[in-house]
Design a protein around this ligand. Sequence first.
Ligand code: TZD
Ligand code: CA
Length: 531
Amino acid sequence: MKTVRNVTYELLRRNGINKMFGNPGSNELPFLKNFPKDFDYVLALHEGVAVGIADGYARASGKPALVNIHSAAGTGNAMGALANAWSGHSPLIITAGQQTRAMVALEPLLTNIDAATLPRPLVKWSREPASAQEVPHAFSRALHTATADAPGPVYLSIPYDDWDKRADESSSSLLKRRVSNARALPEEALLGLVQRLDAAVNPVLILGADVDAANANEAAVELAEKLKCPVWAAPSSPRCAFPTRHACFRGMLPAGIASLSHLLAGHDLVIVIGAPVFRYHQFEAGPFLPKGSELILISCDQQEAARAPVGDAWIGDIHPILNQLARHVTCRDQAMPDALPVPAAVPPSQPLKPESVFDLINSVAPPRSIFVNESTSTIPALWQRINMATQGSYYLAAAGGLGFAMPAGVGIQLASPDRQVFVIVGDGSANYSIQALWTAAHYAIPVIFIVMRNGTYGALRWFADVLDATDIPGLNLPDIDFTALAEGYGVQASRANTPEQIRTAISQARASGKPALIEVETGWTDGGEKP
Ligand code: TZD
Ligand code: CA
């Protein structure tokens, strides 16, 4: 007899899924019973960490990732991570166990009351199947929904007595299904768009995370080199879609309405690809675009296209559309822009400035290293000083929710065994998902965690200035010994406060082939005093 469990695992297998990230409870055990030998279970010690690891894995591998978490309480623990996965277009199939169908109406312990509603609005789709026989169909629908453009998380709540039930004969037809995104620009739209690009006197390109996710970075370079135009990373960009030392690259746009449009002054055409228009942060009143500018958005996300307050949008697949544009626009007969100067080294100080730490990391990081960033007050300095040249070099919490970098770094390293992952995390941010260290140690996933210890929620001090908010409590962090925490979770750790110590600590970590945490005391980026 084919059980619901057999068919579901076969469906997952046929869709390239052979890993499950999770934290189990009694409701989940029947799904895990006789766990198939060709699947790996990756245990996380908290559901937010399980979803964070899966988010990193899905983003870096470009494949859907399966997560199994515990009922309502586990789903609640995962919501912060889910916010990042939602904004990051991460195709996660999140499953939670439910109490038995026989008892659920009585709301016994561990019931997920109104389960399908709980994760909304941070999922594309959620459901508790109406019967055991519906479970394979719900998984099939979940898979195809998560991966269809724009990708995103989906959620299934499965009563635990469903797994041993007989599967419907007809569910075998689900095993062969393929659902693909296939939307290049039709000829007429392409001609119109190319005409607008060619007619622009001074165009500018703004690239977002979905260009990197679509692995379309080289097409973006080709387009920029034909237009000979400046290229910016979209504000708050959670990925890096363009080589940061390329002559056309200008850095990341600020996340305030007025300063962003001020920087675009003089451009008659703003071409945004693979980013929302725009992911702002601090409120600054002003026009969305400078006078005389028009905006064109190419997006894989119909909601982002609809939400944009200005400009025309085309919804489609980023990679083929970028290829089409790069092939058809006219190569301009003018000089390339001048590359930005590489910023001068900051003399070593005690404590070190974050700029020095980034210069050091940049000088020792092997080619194609991956940087997962959650050092919130130093984001501009990192973009200036770390050379990110290849696809998939940079990841940040897409919704701004802290607790992303440590688990995501673990998932990204798991998906990219031939690249070195550096997690660069503040001493505030490192407390939201610290349990990720255990998963890194347990499965020998060789992430290098660098904790930037400045003793404060630095970004909030900056924001307090922006908001003119004085006398804010709760911005200083008591001394936290991250080396002791790391050792407690089984990760080798050291303190490194001079350039030489940092170099040695990184090379020892690399030689060990195991994860390592390096705690670095840092000062302010602006040269000010530590509080
Ligand atoms: N909680 C969560 C889940 N997400 C958040 N974004 C915040 C709180 C608020 N927050 C920020 O947006 S930045 C920040 C907080 C607390 C300070 C982080 O401090 P850090 O880094 O030590 O990690 P810096 O470089 O000192 O800012
Ligand atoms: Ca800090």
